[in-house]
Design a protein around this ligand. Structure first.
Ligand code: ADP
Ligand code: MG
Length: 254
């Protein structure tokens, strides 16, 4: 059975998509079977995986609304993992889902038939605590929370934890925090060091050992539609995501 992990934080720009794409690729390199789900209408995880979001026939939008089968939406990427792609059409699902029964469970139910085909299913959530994110949380066994090590990093975390608590009570009793991931880390910043200390204090061993450094190669790779490993595999960014993949495999992999 796969581990389904939602990568979530309602703040934008904290490295959710970068982590989703590069973790998917890192896990795939380590011979894990991986499905990456783009749950953000911006479609950045789709583009970052080398799939053109403008050219999609069917997308995750159709799957959530019951207008397509998973097999019609799924695309095999050249990076060793599969993707359920998204584009701006997904923005409409927010409203259209309200009309439907079991609207919070659409993703969870759509994934049931393929859970045995993968070791890891990663969900790149949008920067909001909306119905799409709730679908992601309801489908997940665990969450990874990327956090930029800057002032206000912890702000908003209470809202996320409260949302998780509601999801746990109403939809998905077993969801847990798999880990907080420090991203965009600059070791020269004393503030970043303070935030790291704060995180350790509040969350202890829920913080991943791996730290993702600020690394220009990670920011460049998506414009070529590539994960870091097929863009610059010797970069510090690649090394960090390889380490993170190993941490996850040690815990959940086969
Ligand atoms: P989110 O999905 O949380 O909004 P992204 O992963 O899209 O965040 O990252 C926001 C921006 O920061 C993007 O331009 C991305 O390329 C860049 N970025 C993310 N992580 C890093 C990193 N470790 N080093 C350098 N740039 C990064
Ligand atoms: Mg994103």
């Amino acid at each position: 059975m796969s581990r389904v992990i939602a990568i979530t934080n309602q703040k934008g720009g904290v490295g959710k998509t970068t982590s989703a794409v590069n973790l998917a690729a890192g896990l795939a390199q380590a011979e894990q079977r991986v499905l990456l789900i783009d749950l953000d209408p911006q479609g950045n995880a789709t583009m970052g995986s080398g799939v053109d979001k403008q050219e999609l026939g069917r997308s995750i939008y159709h799957l959530l609304l019951g207008h397509a089968e998973l097999a019609d939406v799924r695309i095999s990427t050249e990076h060793g993992y599969d993707v359920l792609p998204a584009n701006r059409e997904l923005g409409g699902a927010e409203v259209e889902l309200i009309e439907l029964e079991r609207r919070e469970l659409r993703l969870r139910e759509a994934l049931l038939p393929v859970r045995n085909e993968y070791d890891f299913i990663l969900i790149d959530c949008p920067p909001a605590l909306n119905m799409l994110t709730v679908n992601g949380l309801a489908a997940a066994d665990g969450v990874i929370i990327p956090m930029q090590c800057e002032y206000y990093a912890l702000e908003g975390l209470t809202d996320l934890v409260n949302t998780m608590r509601r999801v746990r009570m109403a939809l998905n009793p077993k969801i847990e925090i798999d880990g907080l991931l420090r991203t965009l880390y600059d070791p020269r910043s004393t503030l970043a060091q303070q935030v790291v200390a704060q995180l350790a204090q509040h969350f202890g061993d829920k913080v991943f050992n791996t730290v993702i450094p600020r690394n220009i190669r990670l920011a460049e790779a998506p414009s070529f539609g590539r994960p870091i490993f097929s863009y610059d595999k010797s970069s510090r960014g690649a090394q960090a995501y390889r380490e993170l993949a190993d941490e996850l495999i040690a815990r959940f992999g086969k």
